[in-house]
Design a binder for this molecule. Structure first.
Ligand code: NAD
Length: 508
Protein backbone atom coordinates (compact mmCIF):
# COMPACT_ATOMS: atom_id res chain seq x y z
CA UNK A 1 0.00 0.00 0.00
CA UNK A 2 1.21 3.45 -0.86
CA UNK A 3 1.38 5.93 2.02
CA UNK A 4 0.39 8.78 -0.34
CA UNK A 5 -3.29 9.54 -0.98
CA UNK A 6 -3.01 9.85 -4.77
CA UNK A 7 -1.79 6.78 -6.58
CA UNK A 8 -1.52 6.92 -10.36
CA UNK A 9 -2.59 3.55 -11.75
CA UNK A 10 -2.20 1.76 -15.10
CA UNK A 11 -4.72 1.78 -17.94
CA UNK A 12 -5.41 -1.67 -19.35
CA UNK A 13 -8.30 -3.11 -21.32
CA UNK A 14 -10.13 0.21 -21.38
CA UNK A 15 -10.06 0.94 -17.64
CA UNK A 16 -7.83 2.27 -14.91
CA UNK A 17 -6.14 -0.60 -13.19
CA UNK A 18 -4.62 -0.45 -9.75
CA UNK A 19 -1.15 -1.86 -9.49
CA UNK A 20 -0.60 -5.09 -7.60
CA UNK A 21 3.19 -5.07 -7.33
CA UNK A 22 3.20 -2.93 -4.17
CA UNK A 23 6.04 -0.92 -5.69
CA UNK A 24 5.64 2.84 -6.21
CA UNK A 25 7.65 5.87 -7.31
CA UNK A 26 7.21 9.42 -6.05
CA UNK A 27 5.83 12.05 -8.41
CA UNK A 28 6.86 15.57 -7.38
CA UNK A 29 5.53 19.04 -7.68
CA UNK A 30 8.82 20.43 -9.02
CA UNK A 31 7.93 23.99 -8.05
CA UNK A 32 7.77 23.16 -4.32
CA UNK A 33 9.82 19.98 -4.16
CA UNK A 34 6.97 18.17 -2.43
CA UNK A 35 5.72 14.68 -3.35
CA UNK A 36 2.27 15.15 -4.83
CA UNK A 37 1.43 11.56 -5.81
CA UNK A 38 2.86 8.13 -6.28
CA UNK A 39 2.80 6.08 -9.43
CA UNK A 40 2.37 2.33 -9.46
CA UNK A 41 5.35 0.42 -10.85
CA UNK A 42 4.23 -2.63 -12.79
CA UNK A 43 5.57 -6.11 -12.22
CA UNK A 44 6.40 -8.44 -15.10
CA UNK A 45 3.14 -10.31 -14.50
CA UNK A 46 1.13 -7.08 -14.83
CA UNK A 47 2.90 -6.18 -18.07
CA UNK A 48 2.32 -9.67 -19.47
CA UNK A 49 -1.39 -9.43 -18.62
CA UNK A 50 -1.65 -6.09 -20.43
CA UNK A 51 0.10 -7.52 -23.47
CA UNK A 52 -2.29 -10.50 -23.52
CA UNK A 53 -5.20 -8.09 -23.37
CA UNK A 54 -3.81 -6.07 -26.27
CA UNK A 55 -3.16 -9.20 -28.30
CA UNK A 56 -6.77 -10.30 -27.91
CA UNK A 57 -8.14 -6.91 -28.99
CA UNK A 58 -5.84 -6.25 -31.96
CA UNK A 59 -7.24 -8.48 -34.77
CA UNK A 60 -10.69 -6.83 -34.72
CA UNK A 61 -9.09 -3.38 -34.76
CA UNK A 62 -6.84 -4.36 -37.67
CA UNK A 63 -9.95 -5.62 -39.52
CA UNK A 64 -11.67 -2.25 -39.05
CA UNK A 65 -11.16 -0.33 -42.27
CA UNK A 66 -8.56 2.44 -42.15
CA UNK A 67 -11.03 5.25 -42.71
CA UNK A 68 -13.02 4.16 -39.68
CA UNK A 69 -9.83 3.99 -37.65
CA UNK A 70 -9.03 7.52 -38.83
CA UNK A 71 -12.45 8.72 -37.66
CA UNK A 72 -11.68 7.48 -34.15
CA UNK A 73 -8.38 9.32 -34.31
CA UNK A 74 -10.16 12.48 -35.48
CA UNK A 75 -12.53 12.29 -32.51
CA UNK A 76 -9.53 11.69 -30.23
CA UNK A 77 -7.86 14.83 -31.59
CA UNK A 78 -11.05 16.87 -31.04
CA UNK A 79 -11.21 15.66 -27.44
CA UNK A 80 -7.56 16.54 -26.84
CA UNK A 81 -8.19 20.08 -28.10
CA UNK A 82 -11.26 20.35 -25.87
CA UNK A 83 -9.18 19.28 -22.87
CA UNK A 84 -5.97 21.08 -23.84
CA UNK A 85 -6.01 23.55 -20.95
CA UNK A 86 -6.66 20.83 -18.34
CA UNK A 87 -4.02 18.57 -19.89
CA UNK A 88 -1.48 21.41 -20.05
CA UNK A 89 -1.98 22.28 -16.38
CA UNK A 90 -1.65 18.63 -15.38
CA UNK A 91 1.47 18.24 -17.49
CA UNK A 92 3.00 21.41 -16.11
CA UNK A 93 2.26 20.40 -12.50
CA UNK A 94 4.35 17.21 -12.83
CA UNK A 95 7.00 18.30 -15.33
CA UNK A 96 7.58 21.92 -14.33
CA UNK A 97 7.42 23.48 -17.81
CA UNK A 98 5.23 26.57 -18.13
CA UNK A 99 1.59 26.08 -19.02
CA UNK A 100 1.94 27.73 -22.49
CA UNK A 101 4.95 25.50 -23.18
CA UNK A 102 2.93 22.47 -22.01
CA UNK A 103 0.25 23.43 -24.53
CA UNK A 104 2.94 23.38 -27.20
CA UNK A 105 4.01 19.91 -26.01
CA UNK A 106 0.44 18.69 -26.54
CA UNK A 107 0.06 20.55 -29.84
CA UNK A 108 3.21 19.07 -31.40
CA UNK A 109 1.94 15.62 -30.43
CA UNK A 110 -1.51 16.23 -31.86
CA UNK A 111 0.04 17.33 -35.15
CA UNK A 112 1.42 13.82 -35.60
CA UNK A 113 -2.00 12.37 -34.78
CA UNK A 114 -3.42 14.71 -37.46
CA UNK A 115 -0.86 13.35 -39.91
CA UNK A 116 -1.85 9.79 -38.95
CA UNK A 117 -5.50 10.45 -39.83
CA UNK A 118 -4.34 10.15 -43.45
CA UNK A 119 -3.78 6.46 -42.74
CA UNK A 120 -5.99 5.20 -45.59
CA UNK A 121 -3.68 6.98 -48.01
CA UNK A 122 -0.51 6.21 -46.07
CA UNK A 123 -1.17 2.47 -46.12
CA UNK A 124 -1.62 2.30 -49.88
CA UNK A 125 0.85 -0.11 -51.42
CA UNK A 126 2.43 -0.27 -54.86
CA UNK A 127 1.07 -2.02 -57.92
CA UNK A 128 2.65 -3.15 -61.17
CA UNK A 129 0.25 -4.30 -63.82
CA UNK A 130 1.48 -7.03 -66.19
CA UNK A 131 4.97 -7.32 -64.67
CA UNK A 132 5.26 -10.59 -66.66
CA UNK A 133 2.90 -12.44 -68.97
CA UNK A 134 -0.38 -12.50 -67.07
CA UNK A 135 1.46 -11.57 -63.87
CA UNK A 136 0.78 -8.55 -61.65
CA UNK A 137 2.76 -7.57 -58.56
CA UNK A 138 1.46 -5.54 -55.66
CA UNK A 139 2.44 -4.73 -52.12
CA UNK A 140 0.43 -3.96 -49.01
CA UNK A 141 1.27 -2.62 -45.58
CA UNK A 142 -0.04 -4.63 -42.64
CA UNK A 143 0.06 -3.89 -38.92
CA UNK A 144 2.67 -5.70 -36.84
CA UNK A 145 0.25 -6.72 -34.07
CA UNK A 146 1.12 -5.54 -30.57
CA UNK A 147 3.76 -2.81 -30.44
CA UNK A 148 5.19 -0.63 -27.68
CA UNK A 149 6.51 2.83 -26.89
CA UNK A 150 8.81 3.74 -24.00
CA UNK A 151 8.97 7.47 -23.51
CA UNK A 152 10.92 10.12 -21.55
CA UNK A 153 9.81 12.69 -18.99
CA UNK A 154 10.54 15.78 -21.01
CA UNK A 155 7.63 15.61 -23.49
CA UNK A 156 4.96 13.57 -21.67
CA UNK A 157 2.26 14.34 -24.27
CA UNK A 158 4.18 14.87 -27.51
CA UNK A 159 6.37 11.78 -27.60
CA UNK A 160 3.67 9.29 -26.50
CA UNK A 161 1.46 10.76 -29.26
CA UNK A 162 4.31 10.51 -31.80
CA UNK A 163 4.46 6.80 -31.06
CA UNK A 164 0.90 5.74 -30.39
CA UNK A 165 -0.98 7.70 -33.07
CA UNK A 166 0.75 6.20 -36.16
CA UNK A 167 0.86 2.75 -34.54
CA UNK A 168 -2.84 2.67 -33.72
CA UNK A 169 -3.88 4.27 -37.02
CA UNK A 170 -2.02 1.46 -38.79
CA UNK A 171 -4.08 -1.18 -36.96
CA UNK A 172 -1.78 -2.19 -34.12
CA UNK A 173 -2.53 -2.46 -30.41
CA UNK A 174 -0.20 -0.34 -28.31
CA UNK A 175 1.53 -0.66 -24.94
CA UNK A 176 2.79 2.70 -23.70
CA UNK A 177 5.35 2.80 -20.89
CA UNK A 178 5.63 6.52 -20.11
CA UNK A 179 8.12 8.15 -17.79
CA UNK A 180 7.42 7.44 -14.14
CA UNK A 181 8.27 11.07 -13.36
CA UNK A 182 5.20 12.63 -15.06
CA UNK A 183 2.75 9.81 -15.82
CA UNK A 184 -0.65 11.52 -15.51
CA UNK A 185 -1.04 13.02 -18.99
CA UNK A 186 -0.36 9.74 -20.84
CA UNK A 187 -3.03 8.13 -18.68
CA UNK A 188 -5.55 10.89 -19.52
CA UNK A 189 -4.69 10.52 -23.22
CA UNK A 190 -5.60 6.83 -23.05
CA UNK A 191 -8.92 7.71 -21.41
CA UNK A 192 -9.68 10.28 -24.09
CA UNK A 193 -8.87 7.74 -26.81
CA UNK A 194 -11.36 5.33 -25.25
CA UNK A 195 -13.96 8.10 -25.11
CA UNK A 196 -13.28 8.77 -28.80
CA UNK A 197 -14.31 5.21 -29.61
CA UNK A 198 -11.01 3.35 -29.57
CA UNK A 199 -11.82 -0.25 -28.59
CA UNK A 200 -10.70 -1.33 -25.13
CA UNK A 201 -7.29 -3.00 -25.17
CA UNK A 202 -5.92 -1.09 -28.19
CA UNK A 203 -4.16 1.57 -26.14
CA UNK A 204 -2.76 0.46 -22.78
CA UNK A 205 -0.60 2.46 -20.40
CA UNK A 206 1.70 0.53 -18.14
CA UNK A 207 3.47 2.62 -15.56
CA UNK A 208 6.77 1.37 -14.33
CA UNK A 209 10.53 1.32 -14.31
CA UNK A 210 13.18 -1.09 -15.54
CA UNK A 211 11.12 -4.14 -14.55
CA UNK A 212 8.24 -3.07 -16.83
CA UNK A 213 10.65 -2.15 -19.64
CA UNK A 214 12.39 -5.51 -19.41
CA UNK A 215 9.04 -7.31 -19.51
CA UNK A 216 8.23 -5.46 -22.74
CA UNK A 217 11.65 -6.31 -24.18
CA UNK A 218 11.35 -10.00 -23.24
CA UNK A 219 7.87 -10.38 -24.69
CA UNK A 220 7.64 -12.54 -27.82
CA UNK A 221 4.26 -10.97 -28.58
CA UNK A 222 5.49 -7.39 -28.93
CA UNK A 223 6.91 -6.89 -32.40
CA UNK A 224 8.31 -3.36 -32.26
CA UNK A 225 9.49 -0.94 -29.64
CA UNK A 226 9.87 2.78 -30.13
CA UNK A 227 12.05 4.41 -27.46
CA UNK A 228 13.02 7.98 -26.61
CA UNK A 229 15.24 8.83 -23.65
CA UNK A 230 18.89 9.00 -22.66
CA UNK A 231 21.60 7.40 -24.79
CA UNK A 232 22.69 4.60 -22.41
CA UNK A 233 19.09 3.37 -22.12
CA UNK A 234 18.51 3.80 -25.87
CA UNK A 235 21.50 1.55 -26.52
CA UNK A 236 20.32 -0.96 -23.96
CA UNK A 237 16.85 -1.15 -25.47
CA UNK A 238 18.17 -1.38 -29.02
CA UNK A 239 20.39 -4.33 -28.08
CA UNK A 240 17.83 -6.13 -25.94
CA UNK A 241 15.04 -5.67 -28.49
CA UNK A 242 17.14 -7.44 -31.10
CA UNK A 243 17.35 -10.55 -28.88
CA UNK A 244 13.68 -11.24 -29.47
CA UNK A 245 13.76 -10.06 -33.09
CA UNK A 246 11.86 -6.86 -32.45
CA UNK A 247 12.08 -3.79 -34.53
CA UNK A 248 13.54 -0.95 -32.52
CA UNK A 249 13.90 2.77 -33.07
CA UNK A 250 15.73 4.26 -30.10
CA UNK A 251 16.42 7.96 -29.83
CA UNK A 252 18.92 9.20 -27.29
CA UNK A 253 20.57 12.30 -25.88
CA UNK A 254 21.86 15.36 -27.66
CA UNK A 255 24.31 18.24 -27.74
CA UNK A 256 22.95 20.64 -30.31
CA UNK A 257 25.28 23.30 -31.68
CA UNK A 258 24.40 26.65 -33.21
CA UNK A 259 27.07 28.19 -35.45
CA UNK A 260 27.03 31.97 -35.59
CA UNK A 261 28.72 33.42 -38.65
CA UNK A 262 30.16 36.98 -38.51
CA UNK A 263 27.48 38.20 -40.96
CA UNK A 264 24.53 36.99 -38.82
CA UNK A 265 22.09 39.50 -37.32
CA UNK A 266 23.30 39.29 -33.71
CA UNK A 267 20.13 40.64 -32.10
CA UNK A 268 18.11 37.92 -33.79
CA UNK A 269 20.70 35.29 -32.88
CA UNK A 270 20.69 36.22 -29.22
CA UNK A 271 16.90 36.12 -28.99
CA UNK A 272 16.85 32.76 -30.78
CA UNK A 273 19.60 31.29 -28.61
CA UNK A 274 18.09 32.39 -25.31
CA UNK A 275 14.73 30.80 -26.19
CA UNK A 276 16.31 27.62 -27.56
CA UNK A 277 18.79 27.14 -24.74
CA UNK A 278 16.72 28.06 -21.69
CA UNK A 279 13.11 27.34 -22.72
CA UNK A 280 11.69 24.45 -20.67
CA UNK A 281 14.76 24.81 -18.42
CA UNK A 282 16.86 23.32 -21.22
CA UNK A 283 15.10 19.97 -20.82
CA UNK A 284 14.57 19.53 -24.55
CA UNK A 285 16.43 17.11 -26.78
CA UNK A 286 16.48 19.84 -29.43
CA UNK A 287 17.62 22.60 -27.06
CA UNK A 288 20.66 24.50 -28.25
CA UNK A 289 23.33 23.82 -25.64
CA UNK A 290 26.44 24.93 -27.56
CA UNK A 291 26.95 28.23 -29.37
CA UNK A 292 29.84 28.36 -31.84
CA UNK A 293 30.66 31.94 -32.83
CA UNK A 294 33.09 32.23 -35.74
CA UNK A 295 35.95 34.66 -35.11
CA UNK A 296 36.98 36.51 -31.95
CA UNK A 297 34.97 39.60 -32.76
CA UNK A 298 31.72 37.62 -33.22
CA UNK A 299 32.41 35.71 -30.00
CA UNK A 300 33.07 38.84 -27.94
CA UNK A 301 29.96 40.57 -29.29
CA UNK A 302 27.89 37.44 -28.65
CA UNK A 303 28.97 37.08 -25.03
CA UNK A 304 28.42 40.80 -24.41
CA UNK A 305 24.88 40.55 -25.78
CA UNK A 306 24.04 37.20 -24.16
CA UNK A 307 25.21 37.95 -20.62
CA UNK A 308 22.55 40.54 -19.67
CA UNK A 309 19.81 38.49 -21.33
CA UNK A 310 20.75 35.37 -19.38
CA UNK A 311 20.98 37.33 -16.14
CA UNK A 312 17.52 38.75 -16.80
CA UNK A 313 15.82 35.38 -17.33
CA UNK A 314 12.72 35.09 -15.16
CA UNK A 315 12.34 31.78 -13.40
CA UNK A 316 9.41 30.82 -11.21
CA UNK A 317 6.28 28.74 -10.81
CA UNK A 318 5.21 27.27 -14.16
CA UNK A 319 1.70 28.61 -13.62
CA UNK A 320 3.00 32.20 -13.47
CA UNK A 321 2.37 33.72 -16.93
CA UNK A 322 5.35 36.06 -16.51
CA UNK A 323 8.12 33.49 -16.15
CA UNK A 324 10.42 32.33 -18.94
CA UNK A 325 10.87 28.87 -17.53
CA UNK A 326 10.07 26.82 -14.45
CA UNK A 327 11.86 24.24 -12.33
CA UNK A 328 13.66 21.11 -13.46
CA UNK A 329 11.77 17.86 -13.12
CA UNK A 330 13.39 16.41 -9.98
CA UNK A 331 16.01 17.16 -7.35
CA UNK A 332 18.26 14.62 -9.08
CA UNK A 333 17.96 16.55 -12.36
CA UNK A 334 18.79 19.78 -10.54
CA UNK A 335 21.76 18.22 -8.72
CA UNK A 336 23.11 16.94 -12.02
CA UNK A 337 23.08 20.44 -13.53
CA UNK A 338 24.70 21.95 -10.41
CA UNK A 339 27.39 19.28 -10.54
CA UNK A 340 28.15 20.06 -14.19
CA UNK A 341 28.45 23.78 -13.40
CA UNK A 342 31.11 22.88 -10.83
CA UNK A 343 32.83 20.51 -13.26
CA UNK A 344 32.92 23.27 -15.90
CA UNK A 345 34.54 25.68 -13.48
CA UNK A 346 37.06 23.05 -12.36
CA UNK A 347 37.92 22.28 -15.97
CA UNK A 348 38.80 25.90 -16.62
CA UNK A 349 35.83 27.11 -18.63
CA UNK A 350 34.85 30.71 -17.88
CA UNK A 351 31.59 30.86 -15.92
CA UNK A 352 30.04 34.08 -17.25
CA UNK A 353 26.68 33.64 -15.52
CA UNK A 354 26.35 31.25 -12.57
CA UNK A 355 22.83 29.81 -12.28
CA UNK A 356 23.46 28.22 -8.90
CA UNK A 357 22.53 31.38 -7.09
CA UNK A 358 19.03 31.67 -8.54
CA UNK A 359 16.29 31.09 -5.95
CA UNK A 360 12.55 31.55 -6.22
CA UNK A 361 11.15 33.35 -3.22
CA UNK A 362 8.63 31.26 -1.30
CA UNK A 363 9.60 28.11 -3.24
CA UNK A 364 13.16 27.65 -2.03
CA UNK A 365 12.75 23.86 -2.18
CA UNK A 366 11.63 23.89 -5.82
CA UNK A 367 13.99 22.34 -8.35
CA UNK A 368 15.07 25.66 -9.86
CA UNK A 369 18.35 26.46 -11.56
CA UNK A 370 18.84 29.94 -12.99
CA UNK A 371 20.35 30.59 -16.41
CA UNK A 372 24.00 29.58 -16.72
CA UNK A 373 26.48 30.68 -19.38
CA UNK A 374 29.99 29.39 -20.02
CA UNK A 375 32.59 30.88 -22.36
CA UNK A 376 35.93 29.51 -23.58
CA UNK A 377 34.75 25.90 -23.43
CA UNK A 378 37.16 23.42 -25.04
CA UNK A 379 36.35 20.23 -26.98
CA UNK A 380 38.03 18.10 -24.33
CA UNK A 381 35.88 19.46 -21.47
CA UNK A 382 33.35 17.08 -19.95
CA UNK A 383 30.72 19.80 -19.94
CA UNK A 384 31.11 19.87 -23.73
CA UNK A 385 31.27 16.14 -24.35
CA UNK A 386 28.37 15.15 -22.07
CA UNK A 387 24.71 16.09 -22.09
CA UNK A 388 23.78 18.40 -19.19
CA UNK A 389 20.05 18.69 -19.92
CA UNK A 390 19.47 21.91 -18.04
CA UNK A 391 19.47 25.71 -18.45
CA UNK A 392 23.16 25.95 -19.31
CA UNK A 393 24.51 27.33 -22.59
CA UNK A 394 28.18 27.12 -23.45
CA UNK A 395 30.23 29.01 -26.00
CA UNK A 396 33.01 27.23 -27.84
CA UNK A 397 34.92 29.62 -30.05
CA UNK A 398 35.90 28.75 -33.63
CA UNK A 399 38.55 30.45 -35.77
CA UNK A 400 36.70 29.90 -39.03
CA UNK A 401 33.77 28.11 -40.64
CA UNK A 402 35.69 24.86 -41.17
CA UNK A 403 36.53 24.59 -37.48
CA UNK A 404 32.98 25.54 -36.51
CA UNK A 405 31.62 22.80 -38.77
CA UNK A 406 34.00 20.25 -37.28
CA UNK A 407 32.69 20.67 -33.71
CA UNK A 408 29.16 19.27 -34.19
CA UNK A 409 30.34 16.87 -36.88
CA UNK A 410 32.94 15.30 -34.61
CA UNK A 411 30.73 15.26 -31.51
CA UNK A 412 29.40 11.87 -30.33
CA UNK A 413 25.83 13.14 -30.43
CA UNK A 414 24.18 14.03 -33.73
CA UNK A 415 20.64 15.16 -33.06
CA UNK A 416 20.34 18.68 -34.43
CA UNK A 417 22.42 21.72 -35.35
CA UNK A 418 21.74 25.23 -36.57
CA UNK A 419 23.55 27.96 -38.42
CA UNK A 420 22.90 31.68 -38.38
CA UNK A 421 24.14 33.48 -41.48
CA UNK A 422 23.00 35.68 -44.34
CA UNK A 423 25.13 33.81 -46.82
CA UNK A 424 23.33 31.14 -48.84
CA UNK A 425 26.47 29.33 -49.92
CA UNK A 426 27.73 28.93 -46.33
CA UNK A 427 24.30 27.74 -45.21
CA UNK A 428 24.16 25.21 -48.04
CA UNK A 429 27.64 23.89 -47.30
CA UNK A 430 26.68 23.55 -43.65
CA UNK A 431 23.47 21.63 -44.40
CA UNK A 432 25.19 19.28 -46.85
CA UNK A 433 28.37 18.53 -44.94
CA UNK A 434 27.38 18.43 -41.28
CA UNK A 435 27.09 15.04 -39.58
CA UNK A 436 23.81 15.45 -37.67
CA UNK A 437 20.24 14.44 -38.43
CA UNK A 438 18.23 17.68 -38.23
CA UNK A 439 19.40 21.06 -39.43
CA UNK A 440 18.20 24.59 -38.84
CA UNK A 441 19.17 27.49 -41.08
CA UNK A 442 18.39 30.66 -39.13
CA UNK A 443 16.03 28.38 -37.15
CA UNK A 444 17.24 27.51 -33.65
CA UNK A 445 15.13 24.42 -32.84
CA UNK A 446 14.72 22.58 -36.13
CA UNK A 447 12.13 20.02 -35.03
CA UNK A 448 10.64 18.95 -38.36
CA UNK A 449 6.90 19.34 -38.83
CA UNK A 450 4.72 16.27 -38.42
CA UNK A 451 4.76 15.11 -42.04
CA UNK A 452 8.55 15.09 -42.30
CA UNK A 453 10.57 12.73 -40.15
CA UNK A 454 12.37 13.36 -36.88
CA UNK A 455 15.54 11.56 -35.91
CA UNK A 456 19.11 12.14 -34.81
CA UNK A 457 22.32 10.41 -35.89
CA UNK A 458 25.29 8.84 -34.14
CA UNK A 459 24.64 8.44 -30.37
CA UNK A 460 21.36 10.33 -30.70
CA UNK A 461 19.57 7.61 -32.65
CA UNK A 462 19.75 3.83 -33.07
CA UNK A 463 17.66 1.97 -35.64
CA UNK A 464 16.68 2.56 -39.21
CA UNK A 465 13.45 4.49 -39.30
CA UNK A 466 12.65 7.88 -37.82
CA UNK A 467 9.74 9.20 -35.81
CA UNK A 468 6.69 10.80 -37.37
CA UNK A 469 6.15 11.46 -41.06
CA UNK A 470 6.01 8.49 -43.44
CA UNK A 471 8.74 6.66 -41.48
CA UNK A 472 6.43 6.30 -38.48
CA UNK A 473 3.95 4.34 -40.59
CA UNK A 474 6.75 2.25 -42.09
CA UNK A 475 8.09 1.50 -38.61
CA UNK A 476 4.77 0.23 -37.26
CA UNK A 477 3.81 -1.81 -40.37
CA UNK A 478 5.30 -4.61 -42.43
CA UNK A 479 5.24 -4.82 -46.19
CA UNK A 480 3.87 -7.86 -47.94
CA UNK A 481 4.47 -8.27 -51.67
CA UNK A 482 2.13 -10.40 -53.77
CA UNK A 483 2.99 -11.82 -57.19
CA UNK A 484 -0.22 -13.08 -58.83
CA UNK A 485 -1.07 -14.97 -61.96
CA UNK A 486 -4.59 -15.80 -63.02
CA UNK A 487 -4.21 -17.93 -66.17
CA UNK A 488 -7.16 -18.75 -68.38
CA UNK A 489 -7.94 -22.44 -67.74
CA UNK A 490 -6.84 -24.74 -70.59
CA UNK A 491 -10.43 -26.05 -70.70
CA UNK A 492 -11.57 -22.51 -71.65
CA UNK A 493 -9.01 -22.17 -74.42
CA UNK A 494 -6.10 -21.02 -72.28
CA UNK A 495 -2.53 -22.17 -72.81
CA UNK A 496 -1.77 -25.57 -71.23
CA UNK A 497 0.73 -25.53 -68.33
CA UNK A 498 4.17 -26.20 -69.77
CA UNK A 499 5.42 -28.55 -67.02
CA UNK A 500 7.88 -27.82 -64.22
CA UNK A 501 10.58 -25.17 -64.56
CA UNK A 502 13.83 -25.74 -62.73
CA UNK A 503 15.56 -22.50 -63.62
CA UNK A 504 14.79 -19.43 -61.55
CA UNK A 505 12.22 -17.26 -63.37
CA UNK A 506 13.72 -14.05 -64.75
CA UNK A 507 12.45 -11.18 -66.83
CA UNK A 508 14.16 -12.54 -69.98
P1 NAD B 1 15.63 8.08 -19.40
O1 NAD B 1 16.53 7.35 -20.34
O2 NAD B 1 16.02 8.18 -17.98
O3 NAD B 1 14.16 7.41 -19.41
C1 NAD B 1 13.47 7.15 -20.60
C2 NAD B 1 12.57 5.95 -20.40
O4 NAD B 1 13.38 4.81 -20.12
C3 NAD B 1 11.61 6.10 -19.24
O5 NAD B 1 10.35 5.58 -19.60
C4 NAD B 1 12.25 5.30 -18.13
O6 NAD B 1 11.33 4.73 -17.24
C5 NAD B 1 12.99 4.22 -18.88
N1 NAD B 1 14.21 3.78 -18.18
C6 NAD B 1 15.00 4.53 -17.39
N2 NAD B 1 16.03 3.79 -16.91
C7 NAD B 1 15.87 2.55 -17.41
C8 NAD B 1 16.63 1.34 -17.28
N3 NAD B 1 17.74 1.27 -16.55
N4 NAD B 1 16.19 0.25 -17.94
C9 NAD B 1 15.09 0.32 -18.69
N5 NAD B 1 14.34 1.42 -18.85
C10 NAD B 1 14.72 2.54 -18.23
O7 NAD B 1 15.39 9.53 -20.06
P2 NAD B 1 14.65 10.78 -19.41
O8 NAD B 1 15.50 11.35 -18.34
O9 NAD B 1 13.24 10.42 -19.11
O10 NAD B 1 14.62 11.77 -20.66
C11 NAD B 1 15.67 12.68 -20.95
C12 NAD B 1 16.57 12.12 -22.03
O11 NAD B 1 15.80 11.86 -23.20
C13 NAD B 1 17.64 13.11 -22.45
O12 NAD B 1 18.84 12.40 -22.65
C14 NAD B 1 17.11 13.66 -23.77
O13 NAD B 1 18.11 14.15 -24.64
C15 NAD B 1 16.45 12.45 -24.33
N6 NAD B 1 15.46 12.79 -25.34
C16 NAD B 1 15.77 12.50 -26.64
C17 NAD B 1 14.88 12.82 -27.64
C18 NAD B 1 15.20 12.49 -29.07
O14 NAD B 1 14.31 12.52 -29.90
N7 NAD B 1 16.44 12.17 -29.39
C19 NAD B 1 13.66 13.42 -27.33
C20 NAD B 1 13.38 13.69 -25.98
C21 NAD B 1 14.29 13.36 -25.00
Amino acid sequence: MSSIATVIPHFVGGARLEGTSDRFADVYDPSTGKVQAQVALASKAEVDAAIANAEAAQPAWAATNPQKRARVLNKFITLIYEHQQELAELLSSEHGKTVPDAKGDIQRGVEVAEFATGIAHLLKGEYTDAAGTGIDVYSMRQPLGVVAGITPFNFPAMIPLWKLAPAIAAGNAFILKPSERDPSVPLRLAELALEAGLPAGILNVINGDKEAVDAILDSEVIKAVGFVGSTPIAQYIYTRAAETGKRAQCFGGAKNHAIIMPDADLDEVVDALVGAAYGSAGERCMAISVAVPVGKETADRLIAALKPKVEALRIGAPTDPDVDYGPLVTQAAKDRVLEYIQIGQDEGAELVVDGREGKVEGDENGFYVAGTLFDHVKPEHRIYKEEIFGPALMVIRADDFEQALSFPSEHDYGNGAAIFTRDGHTAREFARRIDTGMIGINVPIPVPIAYHTFGGWKKSGFGDLNQHGPDSIRFYTKTKTVTQRWPKPAADGGEAAGGSHFVIPTMN
